[in-house]
Design a protein around this ligand. Structure first.
Ligand SMILES: [Zn+2]
Length: 108
């Protein structure tokens, strides 16, 4: 007889997807794992922490929409504060997980 083990976090997440319990934090519709991206509630570009408690599941399209709005709002803020000239050499980029971050000075 094989030893019984506690379910892993991956197994628990699979179960929640199968039960339809994972919903988009923007539109509240059910998500499948394939259409899920994980968004930082407190954006990394605004010094949000890169931890699980700062993540929320979103549709790819919903994520793209709010990320575009964030980028636009950050652009407005930078123009208003005159930050644009100082940070011109450090553009924003989107990571594979959909999060927006500033390109580090080493890379730019
Ligand atoms: Zn959505």
């Amino acid at each position: 007889m094989t030893e019984r083990r506690a379910p892993t976090l991956t197994m628990k997440l699979e179960s929640l997807y199968a039960l339809g319990q994972i919903r988009c934090a923007v539109c509240a519709e059910r998500l499948t794992e394939a259409e899920t991206q994980w968004d930082h509630v407190h954006a990394l570009v605004l010094d949000g922490p890169d931890v699980g408690t700062n993540l929320r599941p979103l549709h790819i399209a919903c994520h793209a929409r709010i990320t575009a709005r964030l980028a636009r709002d950050l652009g407005h803020i930078r123009r208003l504060t005159g930050e644009t000239q100082k940070r011109r050499s450090r553009p924003l980029r989107r990571r594979m997980n959909g999060a927006v971050e500033r390109v580090s000075q080493k890379e730019s």
